[in-house]
Ligand binder design. Structure first.
Ligand SMILES: Cc1ncc(COP(=O)(O)O)c(C=O)c1O
Length: 405
């Protein structure tokens, strides 16, 4: 079959595939635990549901403006003022079908084939393929000191005359690390000096723990908004547990937003009017919802870390945000795909192989599920990898016997 070069170079999303595997096993009645998930389990905010229901009840569900309704834009403008202390106008914002689409159209608006895009490793699973979809070249930057915190020197060493864009995702998926304000300042300054676009993927910026602060990039930008190459991405998926609603947005200079809007107009048109209504409801509604989710996640994180520490040889950097931990299992198996498969086959625990995020030897373990899933999931993992485990494990009525080393 004849498939395009771009099409044949793109792989399936590892995390979405895992969700499919989970659904299939669950439907078969398997006692599967999903520790690979990327979405909070809370219900969507009541304000989101009632606002969307109001529109649905009217029966008038039409096309939305390509770059978002006025009401949606106003909610984004207020959000930007509240969380970034930055006043922007409607022409500086575009609402998209998820943060993913906002990132994708931003890339399509700025990248030419052969351009290079720098992002910090370990990285969000979709960045490399999104960049490849534009015919551009992904350039992951690893910290020379082996941590999850690349330095400005690590970044500078990867800049070439082809570097068009740098992406920062803080807090980071999959590690949960929050980059320091000093690092963000250095990145902003570097991008301004070299004329490189900077995309801040801030989708987790309100899901943070231990009183850490996520740096506000606008604090360091010297150029005025219309001459700045800063793009800030956000959305309702994670902070309001509204992953299925598919609303995200970008804030940037007017020229770029217009080009993004032109592209989006031919791809998907405006994001669904019903879903925008829901997002507006959440963003204008009671904000204690986000705080309560944040507290739940912080507690889940504490429990997960406590349990992981009971497994000898496992190394974990305590996540300061998101709902992921990136756990080093290399003492047991350096091949994360093999280990993840072993855990699924033997004890029906889903984890994401670190190699998908550019971090071989690690597994991404989520803590967005229930405490029961977290504790039982880690107990099962421990049983599989610890050679001193008892010979048998019961999962419900099912008796498992260790038949591997
Ligand atoms: C770092 C990062 N950016 C963007 C997205 C996409 O978010 P959305 O659901 O709004 O498309 C995700 C989702 O997992 C993510 O982890």
């Amino acid at each position: 079959m004849s498939i395009s070069l771009i099409g044949s170079g793109i792989g399936e999303s590892a995390t979405l595939k895992l969700n499919e595997t989970f659904s299939i096993l669950k439907a078969k009645g398997e006692p599967v635990i999903h520790l690979g998930g990327g979405e909070p389990k809370s219900m969507a905010p009541f304000d989101a549901i009632t606002t969307a229901a109001g529109l649905l009840n009217s029966g008038e569900i039409r096309y939305a403006p390509v770059d978002g309704t006025i009401e949606m834009k106003q909610a984004i403008i207020r959000y930007t003022a509240d969380f970034y202390k930055k006043i922007v106008s409607p022409e500086n914002v575009i609402a998209s079908s998820g943060a993913k689409q906002a990132i994708m159209v931003a890339m399509q608006a700025i990248l030419n084939p052969q351009d290079e895009v720098i992002f910090m490793a370990p990285y969000y699973v979709s960045y490399p393929d999104m960049i490849k979809l534009c015919g551009a070249i992904p350039v992951p930057v690893y910290a020379e000191n082996g941590t999850f915190y690349p330095t400005i020197k690590d970044v500078s060493q990867n800049i070439t005359s082809y570097t068009k864009l740098i992406i920062i995702n803080s807090p980071n998926n999959p590690t949960g690390v929050v980059y320091s304000a000093e690092f963000i300042q250095q990145i902003v300054e570097l991008c301004e000096e070299k004329g490189i676009y900077l995309l801040m993927d801030d989708i987790y910026h309100r899901l943070i723990f231990d009183n850490v602060k996520v740096a506000n990039p606008y604090n360091y930008v010297k150029k005025d908004l219309e001459n700045s190459k800063l793009i800030v991405i956000n959305g309702v998926s994670k902070q309001y547990a509204m992953t299925g609603f598919r609303i995200g947005w970008a804030v940037a200079n007017k020229v770029l937003i217009k080009v993004m809007s032109n592209i989006q107009g031919h791809q998907t048109s405006g994001p669904s009017i019903v879903l925008q209504k829901a997002a507006i409801g959440a963003m204008n509604g009671i904000q204690s919802y986000v705080e309560s989710l944040r507290l739940t996640l912080e507690n889940n994180r504490n429990v997960l870390i406590q349990y992981l520490k009971t497994i000898d040889g496992v190394k974990v950097v305590v996540p300061q945000g998101t709902f992921y931990s990136f756990v080093d299992f290399s003492a047991y198996n350096k091949n994360s795909t093999q280990l993840s498969k072993l855990l699924l086959d033997k004890v029906r625990v889903l984890t994401v192989p670190g190699v998908e995020f550019g971090g071989e030897g690690c597994l991404r373990i989520s803590f967005c599920g229930s405490i029961k899933d977290i504790t039982e999931g880690v107990e099962r993992i421990k049983w599989v990898i610890d050679p001193n485990s008892s010979n048998e494990l019961f999962i419900g009525q099912r008796k498992l016997v260790r038949d591997w080393k």
